[in-house]
Design a protein around this ligand. Structure first.
Ligand code: OAD
Length: 264
């Protein structure tokens, strides 16, 4: 268990000061946020059956047009991974920070999993959609179908069909080349612009327009802090960088804050 003294020692002082003084916080999360829950990031090597495939290639309208069953099998595998995974200490810490009195903390995520919600956090925006919100690829109506449980190597699975028009059901995620859900993107961009602090956690900052969100805030003079073990496209524009995994950095930060007086 992390004691308050240990936690305060671990947190870079400048970052703790920014967090202590922030009444409005916007946290932009990416795949690295869920890495320690066992969900591979997009730029990690894929595992098992899927290691030969490029995720950016499978997450595309072209792949879907070519082979619905292959894309559906890949998402069913990913959905099974997510269902078996548990939120990590980083997700829990953000949820705890959100519950702190006097703090308005917006979670804006590029992740299509539901680990923030399962940790008890409220997510303002899923800018790349949600794995579990299925819809018809033909008529666009929401579908209450579900992914089958996939535990072994399954390369093809026929997607369910829409109860209304008989079209194939697809994941409710944004594929490369598709537009982002406008309301989510605008809510995320506004939350960042209006924040006292933007924390960017576990994203390579390579996929636009989500990657513009920290820059929109920076252009307004909002301090931007990056939490990521590696250098990224966001690093240079960040005011402070903390090279640490999310599941270590965020619990330490929130534990250190617990000793601080909430902002006025
Ligand atoms: P990426 O896979 O591009 O980047 C993951 C980032 O997480 C990298 O910068 C890693 O250094 C970092 N990372 C790894 N382990 C970490 C840890 N334990 N703690 C903190 N950071 C860690 O994922 P995203 O930036 O989220 O889009 O990718 C953005 C979008 O590209 C995704 O939403 C998806 C993808 O293709 C769509 O599906 C449209």
């Amino acid at each position: 268990m992390t004691s308050l003294t240990d936690a305060t020692d671990q947190v870079p002082e400048a970052i703790l000061d920014l967090a202590r003084g922030a009444a409005r916080v916007c946290v932009l999360t990416g795949a690295g946020m869920s890495a320690e829950s066992g969900i591979p990031t997009f730029r990690d090597v894929q595992v098992g059956l899927w290691e030969r495939f490029d995720p950016a290639e499978l997450a595309s309208p072209q792949a879907w047009e070519r082979d619905h069953a292959q894309v559906w099998a890949w998402y069913a595998w990913r959905a099974s991974l997510v269902r078996r995974a548990a939120p990590n200490a980083g997700h829990e810490a953000l949820a705890a920070w959100q519950r702190r009195p006097g703090v308005d903390l917006a979670v804006v995520t590029q992740n299509v999993d539901d680990l923030h919600e399962r940790a008890g956090a409220e997510v303002l925006a899923h800018v790349h959609g949600s794995l579990f919100t299925l819809r018809c690829a033909r008529c666009d109506r929401p579908s209450d179908a579900a992914y089958p449980e996939v535990t072994g190597p399954v390369g093809h699975l026929d997607p369910p069909v829409c109860g209304v028009c008989g079209g194939p059901v697809r994941p409710g995620v944004v594929w490369f080349g598709e537009a982002l859900p406008e309301a989510d993107f605008l809510a995320g961009a506004d939350a960042a612009r209006e924040a006292d602090l933007v924390l960017v956690v576990g994203t390579s900052g390579l996929v636009h327009p989500a990657a513009t969100i920290p820059h929109l805030a920076g252009a307004r003079g909002v301090p931007v802090v990056e939490v990521n073990p590696r250098e990224t496209a966001v690093s240079e524009a960040a005011d402070e960088v903390w090279r640490a995994p999310a599941a270590e950095a965020l619990p330490a930060l929130v534990a250190a804050l617990a000793g601080a007086t909430p902002p006025p």
